[in-house]
Write a protein that binds this ligand. Structure first.
Ligand code: NI
Length: 171
């Protein structure tokens, strides 16, 4: 099932998501499958549960982005344990469609998370994957990439979004 994506302006995106405490349930497996389906349908690299209006600490990522074999990654209750180096590259978000801005992130990011069975693991990503780790974990903490931009750039985007909302083109 493909969920509608929640967009900038919905309070769920600014709320810290809740820790997952029940694992390996049919409901959790199904939610994760639906999150992947929703992410692929929107050609995203990552999707946080908050982006489909579900305030739980779950993110799915596939940094293959449709090129080459899928590299599906499920992060439940993820935390960043290490950020090394720096990269600046254009970033967008399915919840802020039509906008892209350069954002500074770590070049190499290590995350600790749990899998669908609740087993803890650590994973290190570079480049796009490192960026996705930071971006999705930000979502679970109620933060959009806009918060990483200069106040000026952020205000320009917010004003343009408000205009789209008034015109009924930001549902
Ligand atoms: Ni996003």
């Amino acid at each position: 099932m493909i969920y509608p994506i929640v967009k900038l302006g919905d309070p769920v995106l600014e709320k810290k998501a809740e820790t997952v405490t029940e694992f390996d349930t049919p409901e959790l497996h199904e939610l994760i499958e639906n999150m992947f389906e929703t992410m692929y349908a929107n050609r995203g690299v990552g999707l946080a549960a908050t982006q489909i209006g579900i305030s739980r600490r779950i993110a799915v990522i596939d940094s293959a982005a449709g090129e080459g074999p899928p590299q599906r990654l499920v992060l439940i209750n993820p935390e960043i344990v290490r950020i090394e180096g720096k990269q600046v590259s254009e970033e967008g978000c399915l919840s802020v469609p039509g906008f892209r801005e350069p954002v500074r992130r770590g070049a190499r990011v290590t995350v600790r998370a749990q899998n669908v069975k609740g087993e803890p693991f650590e994973v290190t990503g570079e480049d796009l994957l490192a960026r996705a780790f930071e971006h999705e974990i930000d979502h679970l903490n109620g933060k959009l990439y806009l918060s990483r931009l200069s106040p000026l750039k952020r205000d320009v985007i917010k004003r343009r979004v408000r205009k789209l909302q008034k015109e009924g083109e930001w549902a």
